[in-house]
Design a protein around this ligand. Structure first.
Ligand SMILES: Nc1ncnc2c1ncn2[C@@H]1O[C@H](COP(=O)(O)OP(=O)(O)O)[C@@H](O)[C@H]1O
Ligand SMILES: [Mg+2]
Length: 362
């Protein structure tokens, strides 16, 4: 019997090239592929309104179906009510014993930090503070001078502020669609008021700003995409340098940064690459296992790593729902293998549960 795998996303789009890529590869797998939104689920009769990939016409077709046995969760939530409702449905799904997620996701940045600072990769995790109020931030700024604050549940560079203390006062910069917005505060009271206002919107963490700039004064970092192969083993799938715009705060692609080939970068920029690569290999071997041990099973991870000016490495961010455009940009020849990965891993999970069934483990 075929496995059923559902790609889940808040607003399914039949034109999504990543999902279509997976769908085209599914032709050679004993897998029925679906695309749906948690908003399309009716928990009462456990059915979904969504799309089914018709292997004959090779297109997504509107259909109502039972909740697939395997789920590839690609939902990004916002703050609105629809998102909150969808989140509750997904939580309910995760608790269904007959449904398996390829990956169960990671907690927010603060919970991640609290756990990871007690693990062997702690030397690579920047010291992080949970902001309590305006005075707290003022003290952190006095101590560290140049800091970044970001929402615990942020993504894509959203609501990230860069703060510096200078003679004239405090300068706050953030990235908007139109570019960088800057505001300076001469008076502490007004600054504290501003902080308390943004703290009402999000819970923030604070870190020292780690810097490495190009000659054009653009920030850059390293993005590594890890995923599991057909045997359920972790592998590095793609490595890239992300370069932000000159003077920018962020290296998120959604905020105007660009991918550059890692090997080209290495030849153009003098650095202790041997040392850096040795450390990277260690981190990449340990990190996914540590994450799965402390949180839950994962299928893929996108890691943001900053190489500071003194060559020290810092893990800035870990994403359990990473983008895949990096492969389009730098690893075209690997695209078929990228699209096969969720199908292979679904098959692997199915074979696992069969062997444990045979052993009577359930
Ligand atoms: N401590 C920091 N020092 C320097 N840059 C940072 C720091 N924290 C975040 N950034 C910049 O902001 C970007 C987004 O931060 P990140 O923690 O990855 O959150 P998000 O989930 O929004 O991607 C990073 O890729 C990096 O360019
Ligand atoms: Mg990030």
């Amino acid at each position: 019997m075929n496995q059923s795998l559902g790609i889940m996303t808040l607003n399914p789009q039949v034109t999504n090239s990543y999902f279509l890529g997976i769908a085209k590869q599914s032709l050679s797998y004993p897998i029925d592929l679906y695309l749906f939104s948690p908003k399309g689920i009716s928990p009462l009769n456990e059915t979904v309104d969504g799309f089914y990939f018709n292997k004959e016409s090779q297109s997504w077709e509107n259909e109502a179906f039972e909740i697939p046995e395997y789920i590839y969760d690609r939902t990004y939530y916002q703050k609105d009510i629809q998102s909150q409702q969808a989140k509750a449905v997904v939580q309910w799904l995760k608790n269904q014993r007959h449904i398996r997620f390829l990956g169960y996701g990671l907690p927010n940045k603060w919970h991640l930090y609290e756990k990871l600072k007690k693990t062997p990769i702690s030397p690579f995790i920047p010291e992080t503070y949970l902001l309590t109020d305006g005075n707290h931030l003022l003290n952190l700024l006095t101590e560290h001078k140049d800091i970044i604050i970001k929402p615990v549940d942020g993504a894509h560079g959203f609501a990230i502020y860069h703060l510096v203390e200078s003679r004239g006062g405090i300068v706050v910069r953030t990235t908007k669609k139109e570019g960088i917005m800057e505001q300076s505060f001469q008076r502490k009271e007004i600054f504290i008021k501003w902080v308390n206002r943004i703290l009402q919107q999000h819970t923030f963490i604070c870190q020292k700003r780690i810097l490495n700039l190009t000659k054009e004064e653009a920030p850059f970092d390293l993005r590594i995409l890890l995923n599991k192969n057909a045997h359920g083993e972790w592998r590095e799938f793609q490595r890239a340098i992300r370069v932000g715009e000159p003077q920018a705060i962020l290296t998120n692609i959604s905020m105007g940064a660009a991918y550059k080939s890692y090997s080209d970068w290495k030849t153009l920029h003098d650095s202790s690459w041997d040392y850096i690569e040795e450390e990277l290999t260690d981190i990449m071997q340990e990190m996914p296992l540590i994450l799965e041990e402390h949180f839950s099973a994962l299928f893929e991870i996108g890691v943001d790593i900053m190489i500071a000016e003194d060559q020290s490495l810092w893990i800035l961010d870990m994403n359990s729902k990473p983008g895949h455009k990096v492969v389009d940009a730098l690893g075209q020849e690997k695209l078929p293998s990228l699209y096969k990965a969720p199908l292979d891993y679904c098959e692997f999970l199915a074979s696992q549960s069969l062997t444990s069934l045979r052993r009577g483990d359930f």
